[in-house]
Design a binder for this molecule. Structure first.
Ligand SMILES: [Zn+2]
Length: 490
């Protein structure tokens, strides 16, 4: 990045103490505090209640823990680092500009995201290098990477060749496989091979609107996650969705327009929808809805005028988002009132069935799929939390989805413990109470008024992000991002 100041990197210390924090475990339990957290060797060593009532019960001579580095977190909330379960890393300069990956990683870390499940972009070899960098030097500003091998498109394999491709990916270092729509027999072969090899993150699939494989068949084949919402309503609709006679699946505008009606068609068969969801629950298939990435479809102007667009979005990214022929997901050439109405109804039903899935025992994770459709790395993960709350989930459950659930679906079992002794120290220290208002987590912060309610101050945001015990100044990371964007505009 062409900036004058040194870019922010992480800080290591043998013994880190976070003082007076309100703690959100990430396991769905209520917030507790104030607490002191002691971190060493990249792991949470101790979680200590320091409220006066509890302190009274400590033996005489008890002293508060000391550290080489102490973070004063009074008035702040500490939660587990966020797991974004649907990430595409922009290593190609045509996405966000040169150093696009560095830009995106800083935006993620700047919003408390410590783990990414990468979902393919044909750049896995580069990402293996990034993962190695983190291993060799924890202070590099890159979140933990769980790398899925993006399945080659178009997929032209026999089942035996598909197995061979899974083995090659495994050998290269892939943690799992990311699929787009694929033939049923190939899907079974791929899931079976990934299972035999013990790939920790399994198989994630983004189903097409209309294909031979739907969410029920994919779940029965053994995929770990269903991405977005495709394939679930389709599995419930008998036969095919009611496409107009001139519909062409390769016309992206038409595809997204018709996608606005898949849930309302499925809603005519509610018992069949529940059957599909029960199949997923029975098979242990998680649902990664990525609500935030499609939000422009229900309110285009909101997306086009987001407050962070001015100083956090690179010119190239802005250009890619605007209707651009030949660029994927830039189809808003002729986006109509009727399209937004359809998508608003789609969200209503989508959220309703997320609740049905949850109530019946299904696992929901939180992923952003940021980088397209006016959604920005890091920011859209906070938006995902807001949309999970809009769907009707308690903020504590939304945080669990975005932390412990994500970790367990990725096979990161110790991270699924959230905040507790022995868990890896992946944490976000938030300036404010995210359970009261997720907006305090946005890098643009929130306006607060001091006692007299006249003096306005800018506050909020994630203050520190801790990945594997390494402390990152989240504000400084976001300052790097703004300087990078400024340099590209100069
Ligand atoms: Zn994606």
């Amino acid at each position: 990045m062409a900036v004058e100041r040194e870019r922010e990197t992480g800080r290591t210390c043998p013994r880190l103490v976070i003082r007076d924090a309100m703690v959100v475990s990430g396991r769905g339990t209520p917030a507790e505090g104030p607490m002191d957290l002691v971190i060493g060797g990249g792991v949470i060593q101790d979680v200590i209640r320091v409220d006066p009532v509890t302190l009274g019960r400590y033996p005489s001579g008890w002293r508060r823990p000391e550290g080489d580095y102490v973070i004063d977190a009074s008035g702040m909330y500490v939660m587990p680092g966020i797991v974004d379960t649907h990430a595409h890393i922009p290593t190609d300069p045509s996405r966000c500009g040169p150093d696009g990956w560095d830009y995106a990683y800083r935006l993620w870390l700047g919003h408390g995201v410590t783990t990414l499940r990468t979902m393919g972009f044909g750049n896995e070899a580069v990402l293996y290098g990034h993962r190695r960098q983190v291993k060799e030097d924890g202070t590099v500003a890159i979140p933990g990477l769980v790398i899925l091998h993006g399945w080659p498109q178009p997929s032209r394999f026999t089942p035996a060749q598909a197995r061979e491709e899974v083995r090659r990916a495994h050998e290269a270092g892939a943690d799992g496989i990311k699929l787009l729509t694929i033939e049923p027999d190939l899907l079974e072969a791929i899931c079976d091979e990934a299972r035999n090899l013990g790939m920790p993150a399994g198989v994630g699939i983004h189903l097409a609107l209309n294909s031979e494989v739907d969410a029920a068949t994919a779940s029965n084949a053994g995929v770990r996650t269903i991405e977005h919402t495709y394939g679930i309503p389709e599995a419930a609709i008998p036969g095919v969705q009611n496409f107009p006679p001139v519909y062409n699946e390769m016309d992206e505008l038409a595809r997204f327009r018709q996608s606005g009606y898949n849930w309302s068609e499925a809603e005519r068969y509610p018992e069949r929808v529940v059957g599909v969801l029960d199949t997923m629950i029975r098979n242990g298939t998680a649902w990664n809805p990525t609500l935030s990435v499609y939000e422009a479809n229900r309110d285009l102007m909101r997306a086009q005028r987001a407050v962070w667009n001015d100083s956090f979005v690179t010119p190239r990214l802005l250009k890619n988002w605007s209707p651009t022929p030949g660029v994927h997901a830039s189809f808003h050439f002729d986006w109509r009132t009727s399209d937004e109405v359809a998508w608003k109804e789609k969200y209503r039903l989508w959220m309703k069935y997320l609740n049905v899935f949850f109530d019946r025992g299904g696992t929901i994770t939180a992923g952003s799929d940021a980088g397209s459709l006016y959604t920005l790395y890091g920011f859209s993960m906070v938006r995902e939390l807001e949309l999970l709350q809009e769907a009707g989930f308690h903020p504590l459950d939304a945080v669990k989805m975005a932390t412990a659930n994500g970790a367990s679906v990725l096979g990161l079992n110790d991270r699924a413990w959230g905040i507790r002794v022995g868990a890896p120290a992946d944490l976000a220290v938030v300036d404010g109470n995210p359970l009261e208002n997720f907006k305090v987590m946005y890098g643009t912060g929130v306006e607060r008024f001091l006692d007299d309610r006249v003096t306005k101050v800018q506050a909020g945001g994630v203050r520190w992000t801790i990945r594997g015990g390494v402390v990152f100044d989240a504000r400084a990371l976001l300052q790097d991002v703004q300087e990078y964007v400024r340099s590209l505009k100069a």
